[in-house]
Design a protein around this ligand. Sequence first.
Ligand SMILES: CCC/C=C/C(=O)SCCNC(=O)CCNC(=O)[C@H](O)C(C)(C)COP(=O)([O-])OP(=O)([O-])OC[C@H]1O[C@@H](n2cnc3c(N)ncnc32)[C@H](O)[C@@H]1OP(=O)([O-])[O-]
Ligand SMILES: NC(=O)C1=CN([C@@H]2O[C@H](COP(=O)(O)OP(=O)(O)OC[C@H]3O[C@@H](n4cnc5c(N)ncnc54)[C@H](OP(=O)(O)O)[C@@H]3O)[C@@H](O)[C@H]2O)C=CC1
Length: 279
Amino acid sequence: MSGSEVFADGLLAGRVALVTGGGTGLGRATAAELLRCGASVVIAGRRADVLEATVATLGEGAGYVAGDIRTEAGAQAIVDDAVSRHGRLDILVNNAGGQYFVPAEGIELKGWRAVWRLNLGGTRRMCEASLPALRAAGGGTIVNVTFSPHNGLPGMTHSGAARAGVEGYTRELAAELFDDDIAVIAAAAGHFDTDALDKYPPTVRAQTAGGVPMQRLGRPEEHAWMVALCASPLRMALSGAVLTVDGARDNFYGGWPPAALTVGEGEVPTEERRPPATR
Ligand SMILES: CCC/C=C/C(=O)SCCNC(=O)CCNC(=O)[C@H](O)C(C)(C)COP(=O)([O-])OP(=O)([O-])OC[C@H]1O[C@@H](n2cnc3c(N)ncnc32)[C@H](O)[C@@H]1OP(=O)([O-])[O-]
Ligand SMILES: NC(=O)C1=CN([C@@H]2O[C@H](COP(=O)(O)OP(=O)(O)OC[C@H]3O[C@@H](n4cnc5c(N)ncnc54)[C@H](OP(=O)(O)O)[C@@H]3O)[C@@H](O)[C@H]2O)C=CC1
């Protein structure tokens, strides 16, 4: 595999990374970037055939373990496999997650619980299962993938709430782990161009880029660069932070100018200046 476009050769040489959901989309791009930076990488997910095919494209330094992060035993088995394979663990990327698109009032309690069990529960279980190995390695990095916009993503209320929980968990855990030299960072992804978007109603994929001020979807490698940065020597200074890579989606909806505020041929009017106050 060729070197990183962003980071120096060997940035993560000798490090071992575990990426959940590494068989597809953002997780696959993350695994590829960590490999380019010199780490050995184990990817995890439930479907062995998907993981096997991804490992074949990632090449040397990559391996996989099939498992489910939603149970304590599943999370522990994933971590144990990665550690037994490489003898250590330095980087955990909690990327596995997701939800289904539905208006808030249509969310059944069972569905709400399923989304929380995966996103918040799975992240917590993976962190707890990994901490002994990260401590044994003398420190490390945990990256928890969450969501942007933080100001609300209609249709994903169950997941927005769960990811807010992950960000809270990230902040508290970071504060407790400074003495162990373990960084805990949330990577809030905006809207990225992955195959996963195909499962939503067609209008979601078609309209999503239009809601991003950057006016395009993020590229998976852009997200992966952020994750690699979190594992870099900057990691402890970033610990406890929520890093948002989203083309300004958190700040604003749509491109500039906002259609509802334009006049004439599309200009945005400027308010009349009041005359200076007289004394
Ligand atoms: C747009 C840009 C932003 C992109 C963001 C991304 O994250 S992209 C990445 C996106 N990638 C992913 O999202 C990948 C991962 N996502 C997943 O695996 C699922 O979304 C999951 C988290 C619900 C699976 O959890 P699980 O296996 O535990 O769930 P289960 O199947 O056993 O169902 C349990 C209950 O949930 C409910 N319910 C479920 N689906 C629907 C539905 N479509 N309709 C209605 N309801 C639904 C239902 O109540 C069901 O109970 P029932 O009726 O069966 O008695
Ligand atoms: N694409 C986007 O625009 C955005 C994505 N995100 C988040 O980024 C992450 C990756 O998204 P993306 O690559 O687009 O989507 P994918 O659906 O491709 O990724 C989800 C991955 O998680 C794995 N996974 C799901 N459930 C489990 C489980 N119980 N145990 C182990 N692995 C599991 C899946 O593999 P398998 O099914 O084989 O288990 C899959 O590889 C997700 O958390 C997503 O919510 C956040 C914001 C925006």
